[in-house]
Design a binder for this molecule. Structure first.
Ligand code: F6R
Length: 363
Protein backbone atom coordinates (compact mmCIF):
# COMPACT_ATOMS: atom_id res chain seq x y z
CA UNK A 1 0.00 0.00 0.00
CA UNK A 2 1.90 3.00 -1.29
CA UNK A 3 1.67 6.22 0.67
CA UNK A 4 0.33 4.55 3.78
CA UNK A 5 2.51 6.68 6.06
CA UNK A 6 0.79 9.81 4.79
CA UNK A 7 -2.58 8.16 5.40
CA UNK A 8 -1.41 7.25 8.90
CA UNK A 9 -0.46 10.85 9.67
CA UNK A 10 -3.81 12.09 8.40
CA UNK A 11 -6.18 9.44 9.81
CA UNK A 12 -4.64 7.80 12.90
CA UNK A 13 -5.16 10.68 15.33
CA UNK A 14 -4.88 8.61 18.52
CA UNK A 15 -1.89 6.41 17.81
CA UNK A 16 -3.43 3.01 17.12
CA UNK A 17 -0.41 2.16 14.98
CA UNK A 18 1.96 2.27 17.96
CA UNK A 19 -0.54 0.36 20.12
CA UNK A 20 -0.63 -2.48 17.61
CA UNK A 21 3.05 -2.42 16.75
CA UNK A 22 4.15 -2.49 20.39
CA UNK A 23 2.20 -5.61 21.38
CA UNK A 24 5.39 -7.65 22.00
CA UNK A 25 6.61 -5.00 24.48
CA UNK A 26 3.20 -4.92 26.13
CA UNK A 27 3.33 -8.68 26.64
CA UNK A 28 6.80 -8.36 28.17
CA UNK A 29 5.61 -5.57 30.52
CA UNK A 30 2.58 -7.62 31.55
CA UNK A 31 4.71 -10.70 32.30
CA UNK A 32 7.05 -8.63 34.48
CA UNK A 33 4.32 -6.65 36.26
CA UNK A 34 2.16 -9.56 37.43
CA UNK A 35 1.67 -9.00 41.18
CA UNK A 36 3.54 -11.18 43.66
CA UNK A 37 0.75 -11.62 46.20
CA UNK A 38 -1.05 -14.89 46.87
CA UNK A 39 -3.59 -15.81 44.21
CA UNK A 40 -6.90 -17.42 45.26
CA UNK A 41 -6.23 -20.86 46.67
CA UNK A 42 -7.48 -24.05 45.03
CA UNK A 43 -7.94 -26.80 44.37
CA UNK A 44 -10.44 -25.67 41.72
CA UNK A 45 -13.01 -27.74 39.88
CA UNK A 46 -13.39 -25.25 37.04
CA UNK A 47 -12.56 -21.70 35.93
CA UNK A 48 -14.73 -18.98 34.42
CA UNK A 49 -13.19 -15.96 32.72
CA UNK A 50 -15.80 -13.18 32.65
CA UNK A 51 -15.63 -10.24 30.25
CA UNK A 52 -16.98 -8.55 27.13
CA UNK A 53 -15.49 -7.50 23.80
CA UNK A 54 -11.85 -6.47 23.99
CA UNK A 55 -11.75 -7.68 27.60
CA UNK A 56 -13.12 -11.13 26.67
CA UNK A 57 -10.66 -12.06 23.96
CA UNK A 58 -7.84 -12.80 26.45
CA UNK A 59 -10.06 -15.36 28.18
CA UNK A 60 -10.92 -16.95 24.83
CA UNK A 61 -7.22 -17.20 24.02
CA UNK A 62 -6.36 -18.74 27.40
CA UNK A 63 -9.18 -21.28 27.04
CA UNK A 64 -8.18 -22.25 23.51
CA UNK A 65 -4.44 -22.36 24.21
CA UNK A 66 -4.96 -24.59 27.27
CA UNK A 67 -7.08 -26.88 25.08
CA UNK A 68 -7.39 -30.41 26.35
CA UNK A 69 -4.30 -30.08 28.53
CA UNK A 70 -6.05 -27.99 31.25
CA UNK A 71 -6.56 -29.80 34.54
CA UNK A 72 -10.18 -28.61 34.79
CA UNK A 73 -12.73 -27.02 32.41
CA UNK A 74 -12.08 -23.38 31.51
CA UNK A 75 -14.96 -21.36 30.12
CA UNK A 76 -15.14 -17.84 28.77
CA UNK A 77 -18.39 -16.11 29.84
CA UNK A 78 -19.69 -13.10 27.93
CA UNK A 79 -22.86 -11.85 29.56
CA UNK A 80 -24.69 -10.78 32.70
CA UNK A 81 -25.08 -14.18 34.36
CA UNK A 82 -22.61 -16.56 35.93
CA UNK A 83 -23.34 -20.13 34.79
CA UNK A 84 -25.03 -22.60 37.15
CA UNK A 85 -21.81 -24.56 37.72
CA UNK A 86 -20.13 -21.44 39.12
CA UNK A 87 -19.81 -21.76 42.91
CA UNK A 88 -17.46 -23.15 45.58
CA UNK A 89 -14.54 -24.72 43.70
CA UNK A 90 -14.75 -22.19 40.85
CA UNK A 91 -12.09 -19.61 40.10
CA UNK A 92 -13.89 -16.71 38.44
CA UNK A 93 -11.62 -14.11 36.82
CA UNK A 94 -13.54 -10.91 36.02
CA UNK A 95 -11.80 -8.90 33.29
CA UNK A 96 -12.95 -5.40 32.37
CA UNK A 97 -10.42 -2.91 31.10
CA UNK A 98 -12.49 0.12 32.15
CA UNK A 99 -13.84 -1.72 35.20
CA UNK A 100 -17.27 -0.35 34.38
CA UNK A 101 -18.83 -2.86 32.01
CA UNK A 102 -22.22 -3.79 33.39
CA UNK A 103 -22.33 -7.37 32.12
CA UNK A 104 -18.98 -8.17 33.77
CA UNK A 105 -19.91 -6.43 37.05
CA UNK A 106 -23.15 -8.37 37.18
CA UNK A 107 -21.59 -11.78 36.38
CA UNK A 108 -18.80 -11.18 38.93
CA UNK A 109 -21.29 -10.28 41.67
CA UNK A 110 -23.35 -13.38 40.87
CA UNK A 111 -20.29 -15.64 40.93
CA UNK A 112 -19.20 -14.11 44.28
CA UNK A 113 -22.68 -14.59 45.78
CA UNK A 114 -22.56 -18.25 44.81
CA UNK A 115 -19.25 -18.77 46.61
CA UNK A 116 -16.75 -18.73 43.72
CA UNK A 117 -13.23 -17.42 44.40
CA UNK A 118 -12.92 -14.11 42.55
CA UNK A 119 -9.96 -12.37 40.95
CA UNK A 120 -10.30 -9.07 39.13
CA UNK A 121 -8.35 -7.59 36.20
CA UNK A 122 -8.99 -3.91 35.35
CA UNK A 123 -7.44 -0.47 35.03
CA UNK A 124 -9.79 0.86 37.74
CA UNK A 125 -13.50 1.69 37.75
CA UNK A 126 -16.30 0.07 39.72
CA UNK A 127 -14.80 -3.41 39.39
CA UNK A 128 -11.55 -2.39 41.08
CA UNK A 129 -13.53 -0.66 43.87
CA UNK A 130 -15.68 -3.75 44.32
CA UNK A 131 -12.59 -5.97 44.54
CA UNK A 132 -11.02 -3.58 47.05
CA UNK A 133 -14.13 -3.61 49.24
CA UNK A 134 -14.43 -7.39 49.17
CA UNK A 135 -10.69 -8.10 49.46
CA UNK A 136 -10.51 -9.98 46.14
CA UNK A 137 -7.20 -10.63 44.39
CA UNK A 138 -6.55 -7.78 41.94
CA UNK A 139 -4.38 -7.35 38.88
CA UNK A 140 -4.19 -3.65 38.02
CA UNK A 141 -3.35 -2.86 34.42
CA UNK A 142 -2.28 0.58 33.17
CA UNK A 143 -5.00 2.96 31.92
CA UNK A 144 -5.13 4.99 28.72
CA UNK A 145 -5.54 2.22 26.10
CA UNK A 146 -8.61 1.52 24.00
CA UNK A 147 -9.54 -1.81 25.71
CA UNK A 148 -8.96 -3.91 22.59
CA UNK A 149 -5.43 -2.54 22.34
CA UNK A 150 -4.63 -3.84 25.84
CA UNK A 151 -4.85 -7.47 24.64
CA UNK A 152 -1.36 -8.27 25.97
CA UNK A 153 -2.26 -7.16 29.49
CA UNK A 154 -5.70 -8.77 29.31
CA UNK A 155 -4.34 -12.16 28.20
CA UNK A 156 -1.27 -12.38 30.41
CA UNK A 157 -3.23 -11.60 33.60
CA UNK A 158 -5.81 -14.43 33.37
CA UNK A 159 -3.14 -16.80 32.00
CA UNK A 160 -0.80 -16.28 34.95
CA UNK A 161 -3.69 -16.31 37.42
CA UNK A 162 -4.76 -19.73 36.16
CA UNK A 163 -1.18 -20.95 36.11
CA UNK A 164 -0.50 -19.82 39.68
CA UNK A 165 -3.80 -21.33 40.81
CA UNK A 166 -2.65 -24.72 39.45
CA UNK A 167 -5.20 -24.90 36.62
CA UNK A 168 -2.68 -24.88 33.77
CA UNK A 169 1.09 -25.11 33.38
CA UNK A 170 3.74 -23.46 31.23
CA UNK A 171 1.70 -20.30 30.57
CA UNK A 172 4.42 -17.72 31.30
CA UNK A 173 7.07 -19.61 29.31
CA UNK A 174 4.81 -20.07 26.35
CA UNK A 175 3.70 -16.42 26.42
CA UNK A 176 7.32 -15.32 26.37
CA UNK A 177 7.89 -17.55 23.33
CA UNK A 178 4.95 -15.84 21.60
CA UNK A 179 6.41 -12.44 22.49
CA UNK A 180 9.71 -13.34 20.83
CA UNK A 181 7.92 -14.61 17.72
CA UNK A 182 6.01 -11.31 17.41
CA UNK A 183 9.21 -9.33 17.79
CA UNK A 184 10.56 -11.05 14.70
CA UNK A 185 7.40 -10.32 12.73
CA UNK A 186 7.27 -6.68 13.81
CA UNK A 187 9.50 -4.93 11.24
CA UNK A 188 7.75 -6.55 8.28
CA UNK A 189 4.22 -6.01 9.61
CA UNK A 190 4.95 -2.45 10.75
CA UNK A 191 6.02 -1.51 7.21
CA UNK A 192 9.72 -0.95 8.04
CA UNK A 193 10.78 -3.26 5.18
CA UNK A 194 8.67 -1.47 2.57
CA UNK A 195 5.06 -1.76 1.45
CA UNK A 196 5.75 -4.67 -0.96
CA UNK A 197 7.06 -6.87 1.85
CA UNK A 198 4.28 -5.93 4.25
CA UNK A 199 1.95 -8.96 4.28
CA UNK A 200 -0.87 -7.32 6.30
CA UNK A 201 -0.93 -4.26 4.01
CA UNK A 202 -1.20 -6.53 0.97
CA UNK A 203 -4.02 -8.48 2.59
CA UNK A 204 -5.81 -5.25 3.46
CA UNK A 205 -5.60 -4.08 -0.13
CA UNK A 206 -7.21 -7.32 -1.31
CA UNK A 207 -9.96 -6.96 1.28
CA UNK A 208 -10.84 -3.36 0.59
CA UNK A 209 -14.47 -2.98 -0.51
CA UNK A 210 -15.30 -6.64 0.17
CA UNK A 211 -17.13 -8.60 2.87
CA UNK A 212 -14.56 -10.72 4.75
CA UNK A 213 -15.73 -14.23 5.67
CA UNK A 214 -13.30 -16.16 7.87
CA UNK A 215 -13.44 -19.96 7.89
CA UNK A 216 -11.35 -21.90 10.37
CA UNK A 217 -11.16 -25.19 12.27
CA UNK A 218 -12.86 -25.29 15.68
CA UNK A 219 -10.29 -25.17 18.48
CA UNK A 220 -7.22 -23.01 18.74
CA UNK A 221 -7.88 -20.96 15.60
CA UNK A 222 -11.20 -19.76 17.01
CA UNK A 223 -9.99 -16.88 19.22
CA UNK A 224 -7.90 -15.58 16.33
CA UNK A 225 -10.98 -15.56 14.08
CA UNK A 226 -13.02 -13.82 16.80
CA UNK A 227 -10.26 -11.21 17.10
CA UNK A 228 -10.05 -10.63 13.33
CA UNK A 229 -13.81 -10.01 13.17
CA UNK A 230 -13.72 -7.73 16.22
CA UNK A 231 -10.82 -5.73 14.80
CA UNK A 232 -12.40 -5.51 11.33
CA UNK A 233 -15.45 -3.99 13.02
CA UNK A 234 -13.79 -1.69 15.55
CA UNK A 235 -10.68 -0.57 13.66
CA UNK A 236 -11.74 -0.79 9.99
CA UNK A 237 -15.49 -0.20 10.62
CA UNK A 238 -16.03 -3.24 8.39
CA UNK A 239 -18.69 -5.89 8.77
CA UNK A 240 -17.42 -9.50 8.61
CA UNK A 241 -18.42 -13.06 9.46
CA UNK A 242 -16.73 -16.21 10.72
CA UNK A 243 -17.66 -19.87 11.07
CA UNK A 244 -15.82 -23.06 11.96
CA UNK A 245 -15.25 -26.55 10.58
CA UNK A 246 -16.50 -29.19 10.88
CA UNK A 247 -19.83 -27.61 11.92
CA UNK A 248 -20.26 -25.40 8.87
CA UNK A 249 -20.07 -28.48 6.62
CA UNK A 250 -23.42 -29.48 8.10
CA UNK A 251 -25.38 -26.32 7.34
CA UNK A 252 -23.76 -23.05 6.23
CA UNK A 253 -22.03 -24.61 3.23
CA UNK A 254 -25.41 -25.02 1.51
CA UNK A 255 -26.07 -21.30 1.82
CA UNK A 256 -23.29 -20.45 -0.63
CA UNK A 257 -25.95 -20.02 -3.32
CA UNK A 258 -27.92 -16.88 -2.56
CA UNK A 259 -28.04 -13.96 -2.69
CA UNK A 260 -25.74 -14.16 -5.71
CA UNK A 261 -24.70 -10.49 -5.48
CA UNK A 262 -23.23 -11.10 -2.01
CA UNK A 263 -20.56 -13.50 -3.27
CA UNK A 264 -19.20 -11.02 -5.79
CA UNK A 265 -18.38 -8.87 -2.73
CA UNK A 266 -17.08 -11.67 -0.51
CA UNK A 267 -13.45 -12.36 0.40
CA UNK A 268 -13.08 -15.89 1.72
CA UNK A 269 -10.26 -15.97 4.28
CA UNK A 270 -9.17 -19.49 5.22
CA UNK A 271 -7.13 -20.05 8.38
CA UNK A 272 -4.95 -23.12 7.96
CA UNK A 273 -3.57 -23.92 11.40
CA UNK A 274 -0.68 -26.26 12.14
CA UNK A 275 -2.74 -27.47 15.10
CA UNK A 276 -5.83 -28.34 13.03
CA UNK A 277 -6.85 -31.99 13.45
CA UNK A 278 -6.11 -33.87 10.17
CA UNK A 279 -9.66 -35.09 9.58
CA UNK A 280 -11.08 -31.61 10.15
CA UNK A 281 -8.53 -30.30 7.68
CA UNK A 282 -9.68 -32.80 5.04
CA UNK A 283 -13.29 -31.67 5.43
CA UNK A 284 -12.19 -28.05 5.31
CA UNK A 285 -10.22 -28.43 2.08
CA UNK A 286 -13.04 -30.39 0.42
CA UNK A 287 -15.59 -27.71 1.34
CA UNK A 288 -13.39 -24.83 0.24
CA UNK A 289 -12.82 -26.55 -3.11
CA UNK A 290 -16.59 -26.44 -3.63
CA UNK A 291 -17.14 -22.78 -2.83
CA UNK A 292 -13.98 -20.78 -3.39
CA UNK A 293 -14.83 -20.08 -7.01
CA UNK A 294 -17.97 -18.25 -5.88
CA UNK A 295 -16.09 -15.74 -3.73
CA UNK A 296 -14.58 -12.62 -5.27
CA UNK A 297 -11.29 -13.40 -3.53
CA UNK A 298 -9.74 -16.38 -1.78
CA UNK A 299 -7.13 -15.50 0.86
CA UNK A 300 -5.48 -18.39 2.73
CA UNK A 301 -3.69 -17.52 5.99
CA UNK A 302 -1.23 -19.91 7.63
CA UNK A 303 -1.23 -20.20 11.45
CA UNK A 304 2.09 -21.69 12.49
CA UNK A 305 4.28 -21.52 15.58
CA UNK A 306 5.88 -23.59 18.32
CA UNK A 307 2.69 -24.05 20.36
CA UNK A 308 -0.97 -23.04 20.40
CA UNK A 309 -0.42 -19.75 22.22
CA UNK A 310 2.26 -18.68 19.76
CA UNK A 311 0.12 -19.67 16.78
CA UNK A 312 -2.83 -17.71 18.16
CA UNK A 313 -0.77 -14.60 18.89
CA UNK A 314 0.93 -14.65 15.49
CA UNK A 315 -2.51 -14.71 13.87
CA UNK A 316 -3.81 -11.99 16.22
CA UNK A 317 -0.82 -9.76 15.41
CA UNK A 318 -1.32 -10.24 11.68
CA UNK A 319 -5.06 -9.56 11.95
CA UNK A 320 -4.57 -6.44 14.07
CA UNK A 321 -2.28 -4.99 11.39
CA UNK A 322 -4.63 -6.08 8.56
CA UNK A 323 -7.54 -4.28 10.25
CA UNK A 324 -5.32 -1.24 10.75
CA UNK A 325 -4.22 -0.98 7.11
CA UNK A 326 -7.80 -1.67 6.03
CA UNK A 327 -8.95 1.29 8.16
CA UNK A 328 -6.38 3.54 6.46
CA UNK A 329 -7.20 2.23 2.98
CA UNK A 330 -10.88 2.88 3.72
CA UNK A 331 -10.16 6.42 4.92
CA UNK A 332 -11.20 5.98 8.57
CA UNK A 333 -9.54 6.65 11.92
CA UNK A 334 -9.01 3.21 13.50
CA UNK A 335 -9.52 4.26 17.13
CA UNK A 336 -13.04 5.71 17.67
CA UNK A 337 -15.87 3.23 18.32
CA UNK A 338 -18.77 5.67 18.37
CA UNK A 339 -21.64 3.19 18.43
CA UNK A 340 -20.20 1.34 21.43
CA UNK A 341 -19.80 4.60 23.33
CA UNK A 342 -23.34 5.71 22.41
CA UNK A 343 -24.83 2.36 23.47
CA UNK A 344 -23.03 2.40 26.81
CA UNK A 345 -24.17 5.98 27.44
CA UNK A 346 -27.76 5.09 26.57
CA UNK A 347 -27.81 2.01 28.79
CA UNK A 348 -26.18 3.75 31.73
CA UNK A 349 -28.90 6.41 31.47
CA UNK A 350 -31.44 3.61 31.78
CA UNK A 351 -30.41 2.57 35.27
CA UNK A 352 -27.66 0.12 34.21
CA UNK A 353 -24.63 -0.67 36.32
CA UNK A 354 -22.22 0.79 33.80
CA UNK A 355 -20.53 4.08 34.56
CA UNK A 356 -19.78 6.71 31.92
CA UNK A 357 -18.35 5.04 28.83
CA UNK A 358 -15.67 7.73 28.71
CA UNK A 359 -14.00 6.34 31.80
CA UNK A 360 -11.18 3.86 31.67
CA UNK A 361 -9.85 4.60 28.23
CA UNK A 362 -12.93 3.81 26.07
CA UNK A 363 -13.27 6.18 23.19
C1 F6R B 1 -13.14 -1.14 22.85
C2 F6R B 1 -13.47 -2.56 22.91
C3 F6R B 1 -14.78 -2.99 23.51
C4 F6R B 1 -14.69 -3.08 25.06
C5 F6R B 1 -16.02 -3.61 25.64
C6 F6R B 1 -15.97 -3.88 27.14
O1 F6R B 1 -11.80 -0.94 22.45
O2 F6R B 1 -12.73 -3.35 22.42
O3 F6R B 1 -15.10 -4.25 22.97
O4 F6R B 1 -13.65 -3.93 25.42
O5 F6R B 1 -17.04 -2.69 25.37
O6 F6R B 1 -15.45 -2.79 27.84
P1 F6R B 1 -14.28 -3.05 28.91
O7 F6R B 1 -13.17 -3.65 28.12
O8 F6R B 1 -13.93 -1.72 29.45
O9 F6R B 1 -14.85 -3.98 29.93
Amino acid sequence: MRGWMKLRDRLDREGMYERIRDLPDQIGDALRAFPDGAVPEGPFRNAAILGMGGSAIGGEIVRAAAGNAAAVPIQSIRGYAAPGWCGPGTLAVAVSYSGNTEETLSAAAEAADRGAAIAVVSSGGALAEYAERRGFFRVDVPGGFPPRAAIGWLTVAPLLLLEKAGILTGGARSMDGARRALEKLRPGYAGDEGAERCEPARLAESLLGTFPVIYHAAGETEPAAIRWCGQFAENAKTFSHRASFPELNHNEIVGWSRPEELFSLTSLILFRGDGDPPRVREGMEAAVEMIRGRAARFLPVRMSGADALERIFRAVYLGDFVSYYLALAGGVDPTPVERIVALKAKLSGNGGLSRSAGEGGER
